[in-house]
Design a binder for this molecule. Structure first.
Ligand code: 5AD
Ligand code: SF4
Length: 345
């Protein structure tokens, strides 16, 4: 039964739910084996690194699961200066990383022009790809930033269940989030989406829906992070996601989505000291080391005890090496630009 599903080229929702229900150790091993095969076939042995700069923790949103939410008045807010951002970009470039991720909460006080200027300055100085992860903004801003040189945009759909979406995001609509992803795609961005696994009231069917929405949107990158409660959020008393379960979700996502980038997230590394290694074994081909400098990085506290390694490159290189993988020296563009997925290969 499970073997038959793993031999299918296209998995439907029922198939994905069956895989998510796997409890038997042999069955789970078969899923991880298949994910590793698919990863090898479509992504090879390279691990792509994306250096993150969390340049502002101001946020206009009140997502129920997140410690950066606007109503969290106990959090000291910061915004890095342009010089600090450029110095951090230089550190990332010097570490040999060819993608810089500019990440912030939904900080509406950072104007579209200010962000465009940061993009231009980084692009002028360093030969890197730029990923933006700034939440929902106006179409005109997305357009301006693309023109300024941004390459990719990461905007997770968080949950593909419209009812849960409106609960977690206080009445906001899933269809608006999807519309933003479509805007970004139409402007020529490589897009990233994904979910949080283990949120309250989420079912296996919801998670299957998350994977299938990534497929439907034809994303270039899909990120599945384990839920970890933030003490400064309404979900402070909720249970964290089990590490084996998030690994299973990642592996199934790899089997279904094939030629997309899947990161071993910081949240996974926070849950388990060997999270990065385990993630690489479960279909991941990307690691996103955080370069946010002190004293800011402690303040980007999305969830409790977020992992902030001082010598991050050391850990990342070790993790890749221990899994027999090589660190990519390229920008690690979308796999969809080079590989076509056909059944008759
Ligand atoms: N646990 C795990 N991931 C979270 N995020 C926000 N809050 C949490 C949490 N408690 C993720 C969301 C968001 C990104 C900035 O962090 O997916 O897109
Ligand atoms: Fe803000 Fe993003 Fe956190 Fe939501 S998940 S509160 S948009 S930083």
């Amino acid at each position: 039964m499970l073997k038959n599903i793993l031999n299918k080229f296209e998995l439907n929702k029922g198939d994905i739910i069956t895989l998510l229900q796997a409890k038997d150790e042999n069955e789970i091993n078969l899923i991880f084996q298949k994910a590793d095969e698919v990863r090898k076939k479509y992504c090879g042995n390279e691990v792509h690194l994306r250096g993150i700069i969390e340049f502002s923790n101001y946020c206009e949103q009140n997502c129920l699961y997140c410690g950066l939410r606007k109503d969290n008045s106990s959090l000291e807010r910061y915004r890095m200066t342009i010089d600090e951002i450029l110095q951090t970009a230089e550190k990332i470039y010097e570490a040999g990383i060819k993608t810089i991720v500019l990440q912030s909460g939904e900080d509406i006080t950072c104007t579209g022009n200010e962000i465009a200027e940061i993009i231009r300055l980084i692009k002028n100085e360093f030969d890197v790809a730029i990923t933006l992860s700034l939440g929902e903004r106006d179409y005109e801003d997305y357009k301006l930033w693309k023109k300024a040189g941004a390459d990719r945009y990461l905007l997770k759909h968080e949950t593909a269940n419209p009812k849960l979406y409106s609960i977690y995001h206080l009445g906001q609509m899933l269809q608006d989030r999807i519309q933003h992803l479509l805007y970004l795609k139409s402007l020529g961005y490589q897009i990233g989406s994904g979910n949080i696994v283990g949120l309250p009231n989420q079912t296996l069917e919801d998670i299957a829906g998350d994977i299938l929405l990534c497929k439907q949107l034809d994303v270039d990158m899909a990120s599945f992070s384990p839920f970890i409660p933030s003490p400064d959020s309404p979900y402070r008393k909720q249970k964290r996601c089990d590490v084996n379960f998030i690994l299973l979700v990642m592996a199934i996502a790899r089997i279904v989505l094939k030629n997309v980038h899947i990161p071993a997230t910081t949240a996974l590394a926070t849950l388990d000291p060997e999270g990065r290694e385990k993630g690489l074994r479960a279909g991941a081909n990307v690691i996103m080391p955080n370069f946010t400098p002190a004293p800011y990085k402690e303040k980007y506290s999305i969830y409790a005890n977020k992992k902030t390694d001082d010598n991050i490159m050391h850990y990342v290189i070790e993790a890749a090496a221990s899994e027999g993988r090589i660190i990519s020296e390229t920008k690690g563009q979308s796999l969809k630009l080079s590989t076509e997925v056909t059944q008759n290969e």
